[in-house]
Write a protein that binds this ligand. Structure first.
Ligand code: BT5
Length: 239
C-alpha cells in the first residue's frame, strides 16, 4: 500500500481518476485540503479546514467489472463505523452508505469507476470525515445537520492517527470482502442501520418512492414494501 500526500487539491477523487494509470492497486491519495470536494449528483463536500480527512482509495481488484464492486462503499461505511466505535461512539448507517452520529452526518463516501471501453481501469473510493470543526462552521453546511468527531468526544482528533486506523481497518478484511461480497458484511451493516422497519421516502433521481423499509438483501439493496409490492432499490437517497 502506498500513500500519496498532497497539500491542496481540487478533489482527491479527481486527482486519483486523472492519474489512475500511474497508481498501483491499493494506493491512497490523501490531501490536507480540498478546494472543490465533490459529493454525489453534483453536490459538494465542504472542507471544514485544517485537521479534517479527505482521502481516496485507488482500487484495482481486476480489469473487468464485478457486481460486488459497488458494495465497496457499504464496506467502507462499516469500516468507518468500527473506527468511530473505538472512540466510544455509536454510529449508525443510513442506506446506502451515510454514517451518522445521533442523526448527524459526520462523513461522506463517493465511489467512482474508471472504465476504458469494457476494461476497468480502477475504482476510486473517496471519503471525507469531519474530525476537527467548530459549531459555527459545522452549522454552515447546507441542507444537512452535520457533526464532527471532536465535537462528539470533546477533544481534538489526531488526523494521522485516525487515517491510519481507518486504512488499517479497511485493508484488514478487504480481500475477504472481495471474495465474498456484501454477504460478508451484511450482519455488521444491518446491526448499525437506522432505517429498517420505518416508513421512508427515497429519492431516485427525479422520482420519490414511499414505502416500508423491509430489509436489505444479500446484494446490499434496499427492499421497500409499497402497497403489498416489493421494490428493490439499488441506488437512491433516503429523504
Ligand atoms: C457525499 O455525497 O456524502 C460524498 C462526499 C465524499 C467526499 C469525499 S472527500 C474525499 C473525496 N474527494 C471528493 O471530491 N469527494 C470525496 P452526498 O451524499 O451527495 O452528500 C453531499 C451533501 O452532504 C451536501 O449536499 C451537503 O448537504 C452535505 N455536506 C457537505 N459537506 C459536508 C461535510 N463536511 N459534513 C457533513 N455534510 C456535508
Amino acid at each position: 500500500m502506498k500513500v500519496i500526500k498532497l497539500e491542496k487539491v481540487d478533489s482527491t477523487n479527481n486527482y486519483a481518476k486523472l492519474n489512475i494509470e500511474n497508481f498501483a492497486d491499493k494506493t491512497i491519495i490523501h490531501a490536507l485540503s480540498q478546494t472543490s470536494g465533490r459529493g454525489r449528483l453534483n453536490r459538494s463536500w465542504v472542507d471544514l479546514g485544517e485537521g479534517n480527512l479527505f482521502m481516496s482509495f485507488v482500487l484495482k481488484p481486476s480489469d473487468c467489472f464485478n457486481e460486488i464492486y459497488p458494495n465497496i462503499t457499504q464496506y467502507l461505511s462499516v469500516t468507518l463505523c468500527k473506527v468511530l466505535e473505538s472512540y466510544g461512539l455509536k454510529p449508525e448507517i443510513k442506506w446506502p452508505n451515510d454514517v451518522l452520529i445521533s442523526g448527524k452526518k459526520i462523513a461522506g463516501i463517493l465511489s467512482e469507476t474508471v472504465m476504458s471501453g469494457n476494461v476497468l481501469k480502477g475504482i476510486v473510493v473517496g471519503i471525507g470525515v469531519n474530525l476537527n470543526s467548530n459549531n459555527d462552521d459545522i452549522s454552515s453546511i447546507p441542507d444537512k445537520i452535520a457533526t464532527s468527531l471532536n465535537l462528539e468526544i470533546g477533544k481534538d482528533v489526531d488526523l494521522d492517527v485516525f487515517m491510519n486506523e481507518l486504512t488499517e481497518e479497511f485493508f484488514k478484511n478487504y480481500d475477504a470482502f472481495l471474495g465474498n461480497g456484501f454477504e460478508f458484511i451484511k450482519n455488521d451493516y444491518i446491526n448499525r442501520n437506522c432505517f429498517l422497519n420505518k416508513e421512508l421516502n427515497v429519492q431516485i433521481f427525479n422520482n420519490v418512492e414511499t414505502g416500508l423499509a423491509k430489509s436489505i438483501n444479500d446484494r446490499g439493496e434496499l427492499v421497500l414494501l409499497k402497497e403489498d409490492k416489493e421494490l428493490v432499490l439499488t441506488i437512491g437517497d433516503i429523504l
